[in-house]
Design a protein around this ligand. Structure first.
Ligand code: BES
Ligand code: MN
Ligand code: ZN
Length: 507
């Protein structure tokens, strides 16, 4: 999408649709909405008086100006109550308005910056949220080789952010730029996770990483099975062992200043299909296990975004990628494998494979002497039992890192909740046969998975985000609908990671 920024009055802008807003309960609109209302001879005030426009969050009403102003359509979108208005409300309202515009046949959009400068929101952050909401709300997955469904030819292809106060223009422009980069990164993550396992293979993930490296001047290394063996990545290899599809260990480094400062390391679980292996999963919903690389997808999306933004910090992404398949060569339950740091692991379930591939990635990360390590993984079904599909569970060894993730998640509209990481739970993953076993039974099984990972970290702040509940959106029955989500992968993690990396300063 073409995103531009201009100063002026939105009622004078020529576009297929202009988007203005209304807080809940407002009867005498001011600002841009008031100016448009005036140009339309009070049409919006009439609609408010008739109860047709209430300003409830994401409510949208289309008004046809019939020549009174240059725009073909006016979309009035509700922002909800002014008290408690936040970035995610701006993001949601933008998405709702963009979809209404598309449904009405608009290709070009112009919008005000919802809530810019209000309620403590900075203009740049509000502009970022409006661009993110628009791009993410208009996202549709186009499966490779599949003829696009009817209606797919309709798409909004340009968005102009219109700001009356020209002094705010530089902030609107910088926010819009970050918003576009972040939203494009999220769409990349969605495409990768929605894509079939036969298409989005470990090789395809490596090619995506190399493409990002080429686009933004990063460096990329890809290790194959033999190189993993030389590195003694026995845990990762034990998962890859049953798969014919070649596994890849991908390292993508963003270092614009060529600095040797300790980097921020991101790790993403890249299981391109999780059948469970010999501990095979039930077939119901197994097709969703093509998205078991959502962590790797989120990290790639975040890397693309920081490349596009030109973030002046050193960031290293590590993506262990393989399928988890049953076969005659697959790991047996009861096998004992040795991770890169020499820790021996008894495999109780071959379906607890995410922690195995992350183990070797966490050990590998230590060679960078990282400032911090954050991994993102669809690690356990249990996190969705604990927190549902709305909140991501976070385990952290460092309060400051947790607080930074929490704050970034709030701004991003990706709620985070801290989970316990006390060593008390280690009893559940002890075994007489090895240093550790890869499952801890049903009680607290998201916690024991995190405790397993903790056996492979170094002396650096570390956080683990379990996105197995939040990576996928079907029908948001239990929570208010978020109009920037469509069925399939949500892209969760990308916006939080971009915000976190922007805010993080090693102490
Ligand atoms: N990829 C799954 C977790 C998952 C489940 C993600 C549902 C998304 C939706 C993971 O590899 C897994 O199978 N975990 C097991 C662990 C168990 C065997 C200890 C689980 O959660 O049941
Ligand atoms: Mn599994
Ligand atoms: Zn898995």
């Amino acid at each position: 999408m073409d995103v531009s920024v201009r100063s002026g009055s939105i009622q004078n802008v020529d576009a297929d649709a202009i988007v203005i807003n209304l807080f809940q309960g407002v009867t005498e609109p001011g600002g841009a909405t008031g100016a448009v209302d005036k140009a339309l001879n009070g049409a919006i005030r009439d609609l408010i008086a008739n109860g047709a426009i209430r300003g409830n969050l994401n409510q949208k009403v289309i008004v046809f100006p019939r020549g009174a102003i240059p725009a073909q359509r006016v979309i009035v979108v509700g922002l909800g109550p002014e008290e408690g208005f936040n970035l995610d409300a701006a993001r949601q309202a933008a998405a709702a308005a963009a979809r209404a515009a598309r449904d009405a046949g608009a290709r070009s959009l112009a919008s005000v910056v919802h809530g810019g400068g209000r309620g403590g929101l900075s203009v740049a952050d509000a502009a970022q949220a409006v661009v993110e909401g628009t791009v993410l709300g208009l996202y549709r997955y186009a499966a490779p080789g599949v003829i696009p469904r009817e209606g797919f030819e309709r798409q909004v292809d340009s968005l102009a952010l219109v700001e009356f106060d020209s002094a705010k223009l530089p902030d609107v422009a910088s926010g819009a730029r970050v918003g576009q980069a972040t939203a494009n990164g999220s769409c990349l993550a969605r495409d990768l996770a929605n894509g079939p396992a036969s298409v989005v293979t470990p090789t395809a993930l490596a090619e995506t990483a190399m493409r990002i490296a080429a686009d933004y001047g990063m460096t990329c290394q890809v290790f194959d099975r033999e190189q993993m063996a030389e590195l003694k990545m026995g845990a990762l290899l034990s998962v890859a062992q049953g798969a014919s599809e070649p596994p890849k260990f991908i390292v993508l480094e963003h270092n614009p200043a060529g600095s040797d400062a300790p980097p921020f390391v991101l790790i993403g679980k890249g299981i391109t299909f999780d059948s469970g292996g010999i501990s095979i999963k039930p077939s119901e919903n197994m097709e969703e296990m093509r998205a078991d690389m959502s962590g790797a997808a989120a990290v790639l999306g975040a890397m693309q975004a920081i490349g596009a933004i030109g973030l002046p910090k050193r960031v290293v992404a590590i993506l262990p990628a393989t399928e988890n398949m049953p076969s005659g060569t697959a790991t047996h339950p009861g096998d004992i494998v040795t991770a890169m740091n020499g820790v021996t692991i008894e495999i109780i379930s071959t379906d607890a494979e995410g922690r195995l591939i992350l183990a070797d990635a966490l050990v590998y990360a230590q060679r960078y002497r990282p400032a911090a390590v954050v991994d993102v993984a669809t690690l356990t079904g249990a996190i969705a039992v604990a927190l549902g599909y709305y909140t991501t569970g976070v385990y952290a060894t460092h309060d400051g890192l947790w607080e930074a993730i929490h704050a970034a998640g709030d701004g991003a509209g990706e709620p985070m909740w801290r989970m316990p990481l006390t060593p008390i739970y280690d009893r559940q993953i002890t075994t007489p046969f090895a240093d550790v076993k890869n499952t801890g039974g049903r009680p607290g099984s998201s916690v024991t998975a995190a405790r397993f990972l903790a056996k492979f970290i170094g002396e650096h702040p570390w956080a683990h985000m379990d996105i197995a509940g939040t990576n996928w959106w079907e029908a948001d029955l239990t929570y208010p609908k978020r109009p920037y989500y469509v069925r399939g992968n949500t892209g969760v993690g990308v916006r939080t990671l971009v915000g976190l990396l922007g805010a993080w300063n090693a102490d």
